[in-house]
Design a protein. Sequence first.
Length: 254
Amino acid sequence: MHDDVKAPFTVHLEELRKRLITCFIAVCTGFVLAYGFKEKLFHILVNPLVSVMEEGDTLVFTGLPEAFFTYLKVSFLTGLMLAAPVIIYQFWMFIAPGLYKNERRLMIPIVILSTIFFVGGSLFGYFLVFPLGFKFFLGFATETIRPLPSMKEYLGFSSKLLLAFGLVFELPLVLTFLARLGIVSVDFLKKNRKYALLLFFAGAAIITPPDVVTQILMALPLMLLYEISIIGAKIFGGKKIRAKDEKKAPQKKS
């Protein structure tokens, strides 16, 4: 908060409560809408696996309530994605009072770009990584070993990867925003490129399943996104907007 009089802590808690309620309502609304299309949504989610399975192979559920709870989870995840713009907007608006005027102007573009990058990362995982990864896993089937993926296991596996790819694609936006604030610089990003690449492969090994294919398919886009971040930092960074606002701000009389 950069006003002369700071708001009491209880005011921040009240604002946080209102924004959390708004996010909750948005997620519930998305859940209700998605539940009406639960079978179609799960069919779309499972399509990359079904497309590489042998003819006649299907998914199974090993517990009586498994299919029901799987559909509930699919509807919830879809509702969460539908509510993502609202959640991102509420988050940025909550921290907006703690930013300077020029920083607040970036809020709307950040909300829009955050949503685009997240969806883009999830689509990259769905259309490119899933088919290649599932084909690799199913390649271990033999005449005596038959894969029987369950609905529950597939949902947990696929949702984890979609979320991971969505989040890692936020990297250019985060680094460009930090450069815009003057927290990082182009020289800093270039100097630490080799350490960043090491972290990318280590992170991909932790997030993805223990196979080389999906690790590389996550690490390579991260390397490209890091280079895009450097370009973004060159274009939009290097401007000490906080310093500018501090110079413009009137000095208090002692």
